[in-house]
Design a protein around this ligand. Sequence first.
Ligand SMILES: [Fe+2]
Length: 102
Amino acid sequence: MTDIVQHLTQDHQHIDKILTALEKQVDIIEKDDKPDVDLMIEIMDYIRNYVIIFHHPTEDLVFILMLAHDDSARPLVEELFHEHEEEQKRSAALAQVIDKAF
Ligand SMILES: [Fe+2]
């Protein structure tokens, strides 16, 4: 696995962890309890300033380059793309709940 693919895979693991933490806070909101707003702000800041600005554009470029140079990379690209789509669905669902709550 190339360094950049390993980096993107690690990003996905980190993003999964922070989305899980954010989902826990959303569960607290939905139970009309008090969430950790500072933690939520830190997570949203990470998503806005790292995931959206750096991770996603890097991923898009890497996917294109991998497929252009090595079609055998397609299963790995499809796996990473699937993880990417799942992240985006979870992020969008969380954003809707958070927007309604605040
Ligand atoms: Fe991704």
